[in-house]
Design a protein around this ligand. Structure first.
Ligand SMILES: [Zn+2]
Length: 299
């Protein structure tokens, strides 16, 4: 049994719901966190349910972003992509606010806790026009207010009339709140199940009770049951990579999932033994190079 034979999936049943269907391309490690290993073995509806559910939140999970951040600039594109939509706390004098990072790497508009509004500098003039316009200011008043804003000294309140005051903030450090939901244990379980499927090929459709239970957990998105099958650890890794390894039967089939080199999940499949040598898949996140290694000797 090898993985490369599994990559050209030739059965027509979805490996999760077991229904005959038009199968769609599935990213075994979610694409949102940089995964590129794919196989056409999920039906559209299972694929979409995963994509909109536990996979959608994976990208923004604090431990994922921290793990990606440990590798500095070497994977800066991916690291920055993970931050889009993440929440940052920002201080303005004695007041704080929380805002989400936009695609253009700027924190979006959001109110301070004293209820004044903070907008990105390049959008300030437009905002002033719209607020003053709604308060009944004339075009002349609005144009003059925008000029006052443009000439405003840093960190000084300026009265624009009609009860509108502005301040051009110069020093407003931002830091991530990391209060987004943690990574769902369904994510590593799904990765491990799909990797096992690649190894098993057609045998994955046998009604082994553990495989059936894993299918149920994935379908119900039952996090508590997923948790019970997974041991979480932190590893040290000098290089950023995603990896999946079938480690053998100890005595049950055991699969290790590594994300960004450092997040480690050991998934156990009770009552399932796979008669094959250990197999390791790695994806170097800097070069995009994938590798599959088997420990089988001369076989
Ligand atoms: Zn399905």
């Amino acid at each position: 049994m090898t993985i490369s034979s599994g990559l050209n999936w030739n059965d027509t049943r979805c490996i999760v719901c077991m229904q005959e269907a038009d199968l769609s391309i599935e990213h075994i490690i979610p694409r949102s966190i940089g995964g590129i290993l794919t196989c056409r073995f999920l039906c559209k509806s299972c694929n979409e349910r995963f994509g909109a559910g536990f996979e959608a939140d994976a990208r923004i999970a604090p431990e994922i972003r921290k793990a990606a951040g440990q590798h500095g600039e070497s994977i800066s594109d991916l690291r920055d992509r993970l931050e889009v939509g993440a929440r940052y706390k920002q201080s303005f004098g004695d007041n704080d606010r929380t805002a989400e990072l936009r695609k253009d790497r700027v924190l979006g508009a959001a109110k301070l806790n004293d209820s004044s509004l903070i907008v990105p500098e390049m959008e300030a003039a437009q905002k002033i026009r719209s607020i003053l316009g709604k308060s009944g200011a004339s075009d002349r008043e609005i144009n003059s207010a925008v000029k006052s804003w443009e000439a405003a000294p840093p960190n000084t309140e300026v009265d624009l009339g009609h009860g509108v005051f502005i301040k051009r903030w110069q020093n407003h450090p931002a830091r991530p709140t990391y209060d987004e939901p943690a990574l769902s244990p369904i994510v590593p379980l799904k990765i491990a199940f799909e990797f096992v499927s690649l190894i098993l090929g057609g045998a994955v459709y046998l009604r082994n009770h553990t495989l059936q239970e894993v299918r149920r957990i994935l379908t119900d998105q039952d996090e508590a049951s997923a948790d019970a099958l997974i041991e979480v650890g932190l590893a040290t890794a000098s290089a950023p990579f995603h990896g999946i390894a079938f480690q053998g039967n100890r005595p049950n089939a055991q699969v290790q999932v590594r994300l960004f080199g450092t997040l480690s999940f050991t998934v156990e499949f009770p009552g399932l033994g796979i008669k094959t040598a250990p197999i390791t898949y790695t994806h170097d996140l800097r070069t995009g190079v994938e590798e599959i290694r088997s420990k089988a000797r001369n076989s």
